[in-house]
Write a protein that binds this ligand. Structure first.
Ligand code: KIV
Ligand code: ZN
Length: 519
């Protein structure tokens, strides 16, 4: 019989990272994992250890350093993956190995080129192997919603016998419809022997825009673990938005009658952090965490909200951690005002750190009429990133000329690794191209700019712009971000931060590889 506590497995660091165009460093993953632990998700899927040495390291760091949630690594149903998953999570307070294998004929026959019996054997033998390492084993039949139900039930029964403690019904391609998905979960409870001893989990993708609805239908039907990503990021159209499911269960507890262990006030800070680190913006009208989620535009609505917020709000902004902003920050603001605003946004800083940020804040306030919460987040991100940046070159000065009749020319001055001042100039197809090429000349190395994304942080001609770039170097992708009121300066910062990363990776690649276990 299902209990009434729903657990959340956050897979932002694994399925979320499978979003096209995203790459996170091990440090960034650790930062997100720490925030997920503050959010009190139950399980963090920290990565897919066998997929690369970098992912192994990221999972292992999180397992060693993040306390509270269970830490899981994904593994294909092959021996080496299971072994590496265990090596990566074994130091966690509560480790989990998550084994997955296709179960639908479409994938079994056409992708794996195997038959049902062979796949069944692989599933059982790899769950057995995982169980020898770890008492907590999750098994996912991939593409479960397009799998022959009889075969699916047999597979689930077999892996439960082999020791799986969570079985995760994956709607891998976002094919399910809520009523049918709920019925499938009920059928699983009726037809699979041993199901009452394990947790039923669901993992929904959003190809038809139904990932959240399907997850909620599954909870109504008895699922007690839900998987998803912050901001709904993930493969193709993404995964179920964890913040939406959490707030639906919280707001409509009268209907769902389940408990959750999440600190909902950490949802907004978590959403902002994930957006900043991945460079994937959150649409303004996104439920729960979008910029407009608690803004009222029409006169009638404003009138109602001023009298009583519940007239047009089903949840309070404070419940999800959206800070109310009464204080306007600008060039006349003092340290105390800045500190209190930063604290409301979830940044806890020492006296020295405040002094440092205050200097950057004043520089920005000189250029902008009003410094918004988004500006402060960017400022903090810059401060933190620069402090944690692998090395090496910092931007001291950038100057450019351009226009429709001029050849774009940029001059950059960088401070090098040992404090030396280095400058060079270059022409290009446009100012950004010229700036990147001038940086290449100074550092004596170059990458290929494969993606360039500019965003204004808020409205207004004086808005701070953030630039996110992806740079390819030796077959690997490095991301970089920069912010400034001038887009070209922001581009130079972003490009340089990617360059610093690939230079650091070059250095690291001369060291021996760590952490991988031979099969
Ligand atoms: O979508 C999916 O099927 C997955 C599995 C690995 C759980 O992400
Ligand atoms: Zn998935």
């Amino acid at each position: 019989m299902a209990n009434d506590r729903v657990r959340f497995l956050d897979t932002t660091l694994r399925d979320g990272e499978q979003s096209a165009g995203i790459g996170m460093t091990a440090d960034e993953k650790l930062e997100i994992a720490r925030q997920l632990s503050r959010l009190r998700v139950d399980i963090i899927e920290a990565g897919f250890a066998a997929s690369s040495p970098g992912d192994f390291q990221a999972v292992s760091n999180i397992a060693r350093q993040v306390r509270g949630p269970v830490i899981a690594s994904l593994a294909r149903a092959v021996a080496n993956d299971v072994d590496q998953a265990w090596e990566a999570v074994k130091h966690a307070e509560s480790p989990r190995i998550h084994v997955f294998l296709s179960s639908s004929d479409i994938q079994v026959l056409h992708q794996l080129r195997k038959n049902r019996e062979e796949v069944m054997d692989m599933a059982v033998s790899m769950v057995t192997r995982a169980k020898r390492y770890c008492s907590d084993v999750e098994f996912s039949p991939m593409d479960a919603t397009r799998t022959n139900p009889e075969y699916l039930f047999q597979m689930l029964e077999a892996v439960i016998r082999a020791g799986a403690t969570t079985i995760n019904v994956a709607d891998t391609v976002g094919y399910a419809i809520p009523s049918a998905f709920g019925a499938l979960i009920r059928d699983i409870q009726r037809q699979v022997a041993g199901i009452d001893k394990v947790t039923i989990s669901v993992h929904c993708h959003n190809d038809l825009g139904l990932a959240v609805s399907n997850s909620l239908a599954a909870v109504e039907a008895g699922a007690r673990q839900v998987e998803g990503c912050i901001n709904g990021i993930g493969e193709r159209a993404g995964n179920a938005s964890l913040e939406e499911i959490i707030m639906a269960l919280d707001t409509r507890k009268d209907l769902f009658k389940v408990d959750i262990g999440v600190d909902t006030t950490q949802l907004y800070p978590t959403s902002r952090l994930v957006s900043r680190i991945t460079g994937m913006s959150v649409q303004a009208n996104k439920a729960v965490v979008g910029e407009n989620a608690f803004r009222h535009a029409s006169g009638i609505h404003q009138d109602g909200v001023l009298k009583d917020r519940s007239t047009y709000e089903v949840m309070r902004p404070e419940r999800v951690g959206v800070p109310g902003s009464s204080l306007v920050l600008g060039k006349l603001s003092g340290r105390a005002g800045l500190q209190s605003r930063l604290e409301a946004l979830g940044f806890k800083l020492s006296r020295d750190e405040i002094s440092k940020v205050f200097e950057s804040f004043k520089l920005l306030a000189d250029k902008k009429r009003e410094v918004t919460d988004r500006d402060l987040e960017i400022l903090m991100d810059e401060e933190k990133r620069v402090a944690g940046e692998p090395v090496s070159y910092t931007l001291d000065h950038v100057q450019f000329v351009g226009g429709d009749h001029n050849i774009a020319t940029a001059t950059v001055r960088l401070i090098g690794p040992s404090g030396d001042v280095l400058s060079d100039a270059c022409t290009g197809n446009g100012p950004v191209d010229a700036v990147c090429k001038a940086i290449d000349r100074v550092v004596g190395s170059s990458g290929k700019l494969v993606d360039f994304n500019v965003q204004a942080v808020d409205e207004g001609l004086d808005a701070l712009g953030t630039v996110t770039v992806r740079v390819e170097k030796d077959g690997k992708i490095y991301t970089g971000r920069g912010a400034a009121t001038d887009i070209i300066v922001a581009s130079a910062k972003a490009y340089l931060s990617a360059v610093n990363r690939f230079l650091a990776a070059d250095e690291a690649s001369t060291l021996p590889a760590v952490g991988t276990t031979p099969d």
